[in-house]
Design a protein around this ligand. Structure first.
Ligand code: OAD
Ligand code: ZN
Length: 235
């Protein structure tokens, strides 16, 4: 590996997608406990209107994601993969949009799932979906406990294990770690950096308490600061 990218919602902001915790973020407009809480979701089994409200929320974001195009930050990371090779540039994201894939990036690890699929919480099957219907049953086990393939609060995130393996086993001391557009509320900065500040780059619009963990701190828009990251990497 040469470059490990971890990206949060901030990288997609300039593609017109709302982040979660900025001043116009999704969690300022929607009740997180009604649309993204696993225990509440399980209790919605017998309440079709609450369940429909949750599904409508994900349909709305899915429509925005489907309409959105990658911005210069996604495209520049695709260029890194072209320059250094797919196996040498690994992209991990907590985003559920598919803007990395639209930019041509391969092997993206979505640790919070994606909006391209539905998921059965009974048998763990996932399947491609174009529209989330709250009445959809699992095609494999017929369970009614189906949901958009997005990890909710209070739900296991199975892909965290893969991220951990990448951070501990694959990331070598000299590799670059480029973290972009996350508030670190859900994914801990210490987990990502892991005590190895060498060749770490943070790109965020706002300053945060995690800034000191990184060797290079680039404060500003991802679509602009990404080129400073390229200069550091190619130096
Ligand atoms: P947040 O909304 O918490 O944070 C967004 C970050 O992006 C902030 O640090 C902003 O400074 C930064 N930002 C905003 N616009 C930017 C831009 N144009 N360029 C660079 N940075 C910019 O989003 P996440 O940290 O990704 O999980 O949120 C983590 C998780 O919380 C999400 O995956 C989601 C949410 O609940 C689930 O839904 C399970
Ligand atoms: Zn099932």
């Amino acid at each position: 590996m040469k470059i490990l990218v971890f990206a949060g919602a901030g990288i997609s902001a300039e593609s017109g997608l709302n982040t979660f915790r900025d001043k116009d973020g999704l969690w300022t407009k929607y009740d997180i406990n009604e649309v993204c809480n696993y225990h509440n979701f399980l209790n919605m089994k017998k309440d079709a209107s609450r369940r429909k409200h949750l599904f409508d929320f994900y349909n709305e974001i899915k429509v925005s994601c489907d309409k959105a195009s990658p911005n210069l930050a996604h495209i520049e990371i695709a260029n890194w993969q072209k320059q250094y090779g797919v196996d040498n540039v690994l992209v991990v994201t907590s985003n559920v949009d598919d803007l990395f894939e639209k930019a041509g990036i391969k092997n993206v690890l979505h640790v919070h799932g994606d909006l391209q699929k539905s998921h059965c919480t009974s048998c763990q099957t996932t399947w491609n979906e174009t529209y989330f219907n709250h009445e959809t049953r699992c095609p494999k086990c017929s369970s009614r406990q189906t949901k958009p393939n997005v990890v909710f609060f209070g739900e296991m995130a199975p892909k965290y294990k893969d991220l951990n393996r990448i951070l501990i086993k694959k990331r070598k001391k000299e590799d670059f770690l480029v973290v972009i557009g996350t508030s670190f509320n859900v994914i801990d900065a210490e987990w990502l950096v892991g005590g190895n500040r060498h060749n770490t780059i943070l790109i965020n619009k706002d300053e945060s308490s995690a800034d000191g963990l990184f060797a290079h701190k680039l404060i500003g828009n991802a679509s602009n600061k990404i080129f400073e990251a390229t200069a550091i990497i190619n130096n």
